[in-house]
Design a protein around this ligand. Structure first.
Ligand SMILES: Cc1[nH+]cc(COP(=O)(O)O)c(/C=N/[C@@H](CC(=O)O)C(=O)O)c1O
Length: 398
């Protein structure tokens, strides 16, 4: 009966977590999955989250179904973070926002909505991009193409090629964009490049879909949302998927959001209703616990302030690891340019190691990176950084 079903080859990122967990090497280092570990290699529970959890636990309360769109406070948290508190677009009620099962759930609901209401649309993702972007949109029945993005030779964006490619696209084609902290390259557009790119998006009447999963890990909460707010200022229709997995360290609680910026309040009402219907027919409603944590942390002024400080602490530790690794590698591998480690932004660094070198790091040293050479810098700390640098220097001799 099910012999027709293919065996699942596994996920290039999540599969690494299993391999790492089963690796008995006492020196193993996890630089694979995009998860933030602190200086003691521990996945942190943020202080602001601990306070929220205490409020949820005492007194313990019932767990009714949430509305399809999630808690109002969770949705407000997404809107304030993405568009800015009291932003005019929010006052005009032109943004339809739902709470979702992580950023992944937001992408899925958005893709199903687009396939339902823009059935001719193709979706174009950066080359390279987070692999699940392609799987999610193809899973929704949308044809996925790639736009030129990362220039391996220079470690920068192929911006002229990117602009030229966007000028060949058709009305209502979707372009999936990373507003900051590009996954997997860490290479971001400048604000001037965003201005130019969004002009082309407007001229070609494309649908920008911005996936922001690392807000606060780049520069700061507002700068990291520059592309989002610029698109709003230009009056563009806009999809935004956001994730609280990383910046609230709530990976397993599956908390995120999907926002759709519409030209009018009436159109936002229409979209909001269809987003709810799309949720209903995929998973009915989002989980309550994570939504309550988001609501409490983001809407309590003191906790929100504490949260921002904790995110910037994670950001700054990652930046410190970038600087340290760069300086150590420069001494161990003279003549090779490691500037990418400090010009790239956010949690990931695209090291440029060959698949064979990445494999050697894993098999000989127990160091796990994604096969495309993406390294999660947040897995580095003072105890393992010299070991990682020595191992990288060793495999780079090939
Ligand atoms: C760009 C991007 N968007 C969305 C997500 C999904 O986030 P969530 O809210 O947990 O559903 C991730 C997760 N990325 C890391 C983990 C993964 O692959 O699922 C990663 O790239 O390692 C992203 O890197």
């Amino acid at each position: 009966m099910f012999e027709r079903v293919d065996f699942y080859a596994g996920d290039p990122i999540l599969g690494l977590m299993v391999e790492y967990a089963n690796d008995s090497n006492p020196n193993k280092v996890n630089l694979g999955v995009g998860v933030y570990y602190d200086e003691n290699n521990v996945l942190p529970v943020l202080e602001c989250v601990k306070t929220a959890e205490q409020r949820i636990a005492d007194p313990i309360s019932a767990r009714p179904y949430l509305p399809m769109e999630g808690l109002p406070g969770h949705r407000k948290a997404c809107q304030d973070l993405l568009f800015g508190k009291d932003a005019q677009v929010l006052q005009d009620k032109r943004v339809a926002t739902i709470a979702t099962i992580g950023g992944s759930g937001a992408l899925k609901v958005g893709a199903d909505f687009i396939n339902a209401w823009f059935p001719q649309a193709k979706c174009y993702v950066s080359d390279p991009t987070w692999g699940n972007h392609i799987s999610i949109f193809e899973g929704s029945g949308i044809e996925v193409g790639k736009y030129p993005y990362y220039d391996k030779a220079t470690g920068t964006v192929k911006f002229d090629e990117l602009i030229a490619f966007f000028n060949t696209l058709n009305k209502d084609d979707v372009v999936l964009l990373h507003p900051c902290c590009h996954n997997p390259t860490g290479v971001d557009l400048t604000q001037a490049q965003w201005d130019e790119l969004l002009q082309v998006v407007q001229q070609r009447e494309l649908i920008p879909f911005m996936d922001i999963a690392y807000q606060g890990f780049g520069e700061d909460m507002d700068s990291d949302a520059y592309a989002i707010r610029k698109a709003v200022d230009m009056g563009l229709p806009l999809f935004v998927s956001n994730s609280f997995s990383k910046n609230l360290s709530l990976y397993g609680e599956r908390v995120g959001g999907l926002s759709v910026v519409c030209p009018t309040e009436e159109e936002a009402e229409r979209v909001f209703g269809q987003l709810k219907f799309t949720v209903r027919r995929i998973y009915s409603s989002p989980p309550s616990h994570g939504g309550r944590v988001v609501d409490i942390v983001m809407n309590d002024e003191a906790l929100h302030k504490q949260w921002v400080g904790e995110v910037y602490g994670m950001r700054d530790r990652i930046k410190a690891m970038r600087l340290k690794l760069k300086s150590v590698l420069e001494t161990k591998v003279p003549g090779r340019n490691f500037d990418y480690l400090t010009t790239q932004n956010g949690m990931f660094s695209f090291t440029g190691l060959t698949p064979e070198q990445v494999e050697r790091l894993k098999t000989e040293f127990g160091i796990y990176m994604v096969s495309n050479s993406r390294m999660c810098v947040a897995g580095l700390n003072g105890n393992n950084i010299d070991y990682v640098a020595n191992a990288m220097a060793e495999v780079l001799k090939d």
